[in-house]
Design a protein around this ligand. Structure first.
Ligand code: ACO
Length: 402
């Protein structure tokens, strides 16, 4: 109800930009997005080239250190990560404290926050060696933590990492493997998951990344900053959307598969129903990541023998939305999460794990952005202004007289 323009004219030079839709909070060399053209590049390399030709570890190196590694640099980086995949035995006990049906995202953020207590030798954000150690520890341990969050939820024993395996194979084995039973991850799943991690690896100043930078701007360490980012990613308007999309597709199927009437409900804004997996703050065109996932979804689902009617519902829903004026006028297109849930499900992950997979993918972006923030001489502690709309001065009345 407040008259914002009146407030603004009385506050001096303050911009009012809810959701920071038009405010650049930093300069960055990491990721380029042209939302109108549907372009995404990491350090100058187009996302489709990286998705098809690179790997998650190589892309992580590119994002964090700025250049593609040589074969030797890549080998050394992979080796370093391999040697840090174990969790401290005391950290493993944390998982016992959570309820068995706990959502794995807050379990993940709690465990990452706890890394600050186990590695107090790496709290100085200006010591390059300490930061490098935290970087490697995080990249190595997040998949282990994620797999244990899953194991806890299904009541199965934890598996130690097997350091003869690559990051994705190791993660799949710790998630789906059982003690004393050989586990051979399906190479189709390994390649697809690796590619999905590449697609999620950075996306400039989204909600979770801005959170990592904001927390880091107070000079909080990398573990504390990333833990905050994981909590930001948990929300259904951000990383939580991949879970919501699948729940939406399942509820459409449950009610007889009537896509048209669901779209009508969205347009009528019934009880806050949104078309989950659609729309983006920056993309006003097809999300290039969604285009890649859509292209591979059919092929991978068919390859795994998991092609089902949910993909048909998704394809129909996209078709109906993209030919409807409501969505055309608002430039609402599928975002990366519209099709990813179908793939995660076909790989055997329960819905609750989808956002965790996003977090594993986004980690190198958070780390790269934190590095850039801490080394940028322009960085100041993040501290937005406000427009005060509360009461004017009034006299305190003791409780007995109220
Ligand atoms: N379904 C229906 N209508 C939508 C949707 C949607 N998914 N998204 C936006 N709109 C409408 C809004 O109601 C608004 O209409 P109006 O101008 O008539 O009021 C208009 O489109 C503009 O939308 P905003 O909410 O202003 O856009 P904003 O940039 O603030 O939000 C967001 C972007 C949060 C992604 C939004 O599109 C959304 O909620 N989408 C669904 C959730 C989702 O998929 N999130 C994942 C984002 S990508 C990621 O994190 C990987």
């Amino acid at each position: 109800g407040a008259d914002i323009s009146k407030l603004l004219s009385s506050t001096g030079l303050v911009t009012y930009d809810p959701g920071f839709a038009n405010t650049a909070s930093c300069a960055s060399e990491i990721t380029y997005i042209d939302g109108d053209a549907g372009v995404l590049r990491y350090r100058g390399y187009p996302i489709d080239q990286l998705a098809n030709g690179s790997t998650f570890i190589e892309t992580s190196y590119l994002l964090i250190y700025g250049e593609l590694p040589t074969a030797q640099q890549l080998g050394e980086f992979e080796d370093k990560i391999r040697r840090h995949t174990l969790l401290h035995e005391d950290l493993k006990r944390f998982f016992d404290g959570f309820p068995r049906d706990a959502h794995p995202m807050p379990v993940l953020s709690s465990a990452v926050s706890a890394l600050s207590t186990f590695y107090q030798d790496s709290h100085n954000p200006f010591d390059a060696e300490q930061v490098e150690l935290s970087t490697v520890r995080l990249l190595a341990k997040l998949p282990t933590i994620a797999a244990y969050a899953y194991k806890k939820s299904v009541g199965q024993p934890f598996l130690y990492p097997d350091n003869s395996l690559g990051l994705v194979e190791n993660f799949l084995r710790m998630t789906f493997g059982l003690p004393a039973e050989p586990y051979e991850p399906d190479p189709v799943i390994v390649r697809a998951l690796d590619m999905l991690f590449v697609l999620h690896a950075d996306h400039e100043q989204n909600c979770s990344t801005s959170t990592v930078r904001l927390v880091g701007s107070s000079q909080a360490n990398l573990f504390a900053s990333v833990s905050a980012g994981i909590n930001a990613l948990f929300g259904p308007l951000h990383g939580g959307a991949n879970q919501s999309v699948l729940e939406m597709l399942e509820s459409i199927r449950h009610s007889g598969g009537d896509v048209g009437s669901f779209v009508q409900k969205v347009k009528a804004r019934e009880a806050g129903v949104k078309l989950m997996g659609f729309g983006h703050r920056v993309y006003k065109n097809y999300d290039p990541r969604a285009a890649i996932v859509k292209k591979t979804a059919d092929e991978i689902l068919t390859g795994l023998g998991k092609r089902d009617d949910l993909l048909d519902i998704a394809l129909e829903l996209e078709g109906v939305a993209l030919s409807d004026d409501y969505f055309i006028e608002r430039k609402l297109y599928p975002n990366v999460d519209f099709y990813t849930g179908l793939l995660y499900r076909a790989m055997g992950f329960p819905t609750k794990m989808f956002t965790v997979l996003f977090a594993i993918g986004r980690l190198p972006g958070w780390i790269a952005q934190w590095h850039e923030m801490i080394n940028d001489p322009q960085t100041k502690i993040g501290r937005p202004r406000q427009l005060y709309t509360g009461p004017g001065e009034r006299e305190f009345v003791p409780v007995g007289k109220r």
